[in-house]
Design a protein around this ligand. Structure first.
Ligand code: SF4
Ligand code: SF4
Ligand code: SF4
Length: 298
């Protein structure tokens, strides 16, 4: 699509990571199509700016500006580049909280990602997988870890061999409810309604995203418990499977024994005569030994 020179210059000057900038460009082009225009003009760029401002909020916009003012490069802004660099047989995916923070995040994805990489390195997982793989090494041989800041799970955590995401379990307290309705609006699954002036939560279907807690201005809905969910064994491919929940709500320290236990299983059970990725081992052996070992660890 064509762009007016001034409109393109404005977008090129936005102090944001290239990955997000590409989304901004696509959004402006979509608006132009909606306006039946073959050229993106300042009209679409202005509307795009307002739309992203509304979505991200003042706090995030200030954070983005500060990071750029401090001179952070695109590479520094995207920790995934460093996490997945070099000859490694693992990948660590982080949700877009990694760029400049996300209001929904309950996990510091940058920090956890760094620690996960350190553990993978200390476990020597690359060499272990390389020695176990029965076929030449290809991207599907990598051990995949996916980290999302919340249960929205923007990195599709359950489709990775280890999935980690932040969670918070909501509960209704005795604090008076102002009946503002924010909790009913924010729950994407419609699990909160007001009854006799108080919120009622359908806990059976709650995914622990924590949004109703974050958006309740009075503290009527609070977190009963918070932490992370860990899943193991997810894979998308011929024998697709969702990762199995090893811990529904636990603390970050459990990630590392889970990784240790995965490597133990790789060492003991990987069939070098025909297996070429870890999820096949999980499919055959299950996740009980990983869960048991991680539960026992202090
Ligand atoms: S997973 Fe949650 S925290 Fe991460 S980008 Fe998505 S909504 Fe934000
Ligand atoms: S925690 Fe999330 S899914 Fe559960 S009730 Fe609140 S908003 Fe809905
Ligand atoms: S967000 Fe909080 S104060 Fe508002 S209706 Fe829900 S429980 Fe009541």
């Amino acid at each position: 699509m064509k762009w007016e020179k001034e409109a393109r210059e404005v977008v090129d000057a936005i102090p944001i990571h290239e990955v997000i900038k590409n989304m901004v460009i696509l959004w402006a082009e979509k608006l132009a199509r909606k306006n039946k225009s073959e050229t993106v003009t300042m009209k679409e760029v202005t509307k795009t700016r307002d739309d992203y401002f509304d979505f991200l909020g003042q706090e995030t916009m200030d954070r983005i500006q500060k990071m750029r003012d401090e001179g952070m490069s695109d590479e520094q802004l995207d920790p995934m580049i460093e996490l997945n660099k070099g000859q490694v047989l693992y990948t660590v995916d982080l949700c877009h909280d990694r760029f400049f923070g996300c209001n929904r995040a309950m996990v510091n994805t940058r920090e956890v990602g760094k620690k996960v990489k350190e553990r993978m390195e200390s476990l020597n997982i690359t060499q272990i997988i390389a020695d176990k793989c029965h076929d030449v090494l290809m991207p599907h041989s990598t051990f995949t870890v996916s980290i999302s800041g919340c249960a929205n799970s923007c990195t599709a955590t359950e489709s990775h061999e280890v999935g980690i995401y932040g969670v918070a379990d909501p509960m209704v307290t005795d604090v008076e409810c102002s009946q503002c309705g924010k909790c009913t609006e924010i729950c994407m699954d419609g699990l909160v309604h007001l009854e006799n002036g108080k919120p009622v939560i359908d806990k059976n279907n709650c995914v622990l995203c924590g949004a109703c807690i974050k958006y309740c201005p009075t503290g009527t809905i609070k977190a009963k418990d918070e932490g992370i969910t860990i899943t193991v064994g997810g894979y998308i491919g011929r024998w697709k499977q969702y990762g199995k929940e090893i811990f529904r709500i636990t603390d970050e320290s459990k990630i590392y024994p889970v990784l240790d236990a995965c490597v133990d299983l790789i060492k003991k059970e990987w069939r070098e005569d025909f297996e070429d990725h870890f999820s096949l081992v999980i499919r055959r052996c299950g996740v009980d030994s990983i869960q048991e070992r991680a539960r026992k660890s202090s």
